[in-house]
Design a binder for this molecule. Structure first.
Ligand code: PAZ
Length: 332
């Protein structure tokens, strides 16, 4: 049986922070990053797709931007090598399915080859398909093996139900990702407002190689290379205060040391002023996630069975919190 629990306790409320002295510097750092790193060649076309998706969604529709997978950081302008991270995209892909089931439309901003909604649950084609005997016209050809057919059918049914409610936008690099985050969140703020959720499950690199430090050509191996990394500007602050202040923003905090996780989650809320942090540890991220809210409320979601999706419980919890948020913003 699927056992799970969500427990709530109140901690000290995360206090409001006066941003007047800090925001100029934070915004400036982001502007400098966007001046240095141009958007992807498909950026304008992708933002037009986002606009059409939102327009077609209807006036009262809730929409969530789910970010998923890891960002790549190029080491050379003509890139051969890059820095990457561990993220598989499993969290974002599973969450997308549960948001769809909860009635949200989803903009799925994902790393190109990361795990995808729906296909994540079916075996790869070379394992699940077989050649059937006889000529094609008499029913011969390729078919799903009987051992997989129930599973594949269920996924196909779910996919056809939701396929018009999901918009796929892919990224590879840190720069592509941050441009899309800014562009899509601004559209959501303008056109969807309080009914929009921004769910930041992607693992975003904290470091990058500035253009001025980046060699044009492949780094040669005859000398030991020196790579100068710069800190990626913290984008959640401008996201929450400038680009998309009406939206309900959930960021994720990943740590490997359990001793600092909650402290870091609370600090993130205080610094960035968004709505919720989902705190998780690398090794237990599929079984435990702790939500911390601006009000100071803490809710721990436990899912002892790793083969079940913890995201089902997470999205149920978030949907309730988002409903409460919409209700406290009467103009929505
Ligand atoms: O992508 P995945 O399912 O392998 O992992 C999910 C996760 C750990 C990347 C996500 O839950 C998360 O914590 N994202 C934010 C990571 C960060 O602190 O940058």
């Amino acid at each position: 049986m699927h056992s799970s629990s969500a427990s709530s306790t109140a901690t000290t409320a995360v206090s409001e922070v006066d941003t007047t002295n800090t925001n100029k510097e934070e915004y400036k750092q982001c502007d400098a990053f966007f001046k240095e790193i141009p958007p992807h060649a498909d950026y304008d076309e992708s933002i037009s797709r986002v606009q059409r998706f939102i327009e077609n969604a209807g006036a009262y529709q809730r929409i969530v931007l789910v970010t998923s997978g890891g960002t790549l950081v190029p080491l050379e302008k003509l890139m051969v090598r890059f820095i990457d991270n561990f993220s598989t995209g499993s969290r974002g892909a599973a969450s997308t399915e549960y948001f769809l089931a909860a009635g949200y439309k989803v903009i799925f901003l994902h790393r190109g080859k990361s795990i995808q909604p729906f296909t994540r649950s079916i075996p790869p084609p070379l394992e699940s398909l077989e050649v059937s005997v006889g000529p094609c016209c008499l029913g011969g050809g390729v078919r799903v093996k009987s051992s997989d057919s129930v599973k594949v059918r269920k996924v196909l049914e779910k996919y056809s139900k939701h396929k018009d409610s999901i918009l796929y936008i892919s990224f590879e690099s840190l720069g592509d990702y941050l441009w899309y985050l800014k562009g899509i969140s601004s559209e959501l703020n303008k056109r969807v407002g309080y009914r929009a959720v921004i769910y930041l499950a992607a693992a975003v690199s904290d470091f990058y190689v500035p253009k001025s430090e980046m060699p044009e050509h492949k780094i040669q191996s005859d000398v030991k290379p020196t790579i100068n990394l710069a800190l990626t500007p913290k984008m959640i602050f401008p996201l929450a205060t400038l680009w998309a202040p009406k939206t309900y923003i959930v960021s994720f905090k990943l740590e490997t040391d359990s001793g600092i996780l909650m402290e870091k989650a609370e600090k993130a809320l205080k610094t960035y002023q968004h709505n919720m942090v989902a705190a998780n540890l690398l090794t237990t991220r599929k079984t435990t996630v702790t939500f911390v809210e601006r009000t100071g409320k803490v809710a721990r979601i436990d899912n002892p069975e790793e083969d079940k999706d913890i995201e089902s419980l997470m999205i149920g919890f978030l949907q309730d919190r988002h409903t409460a948020y919409i209700q406290t913003n009467p103009s929505s």
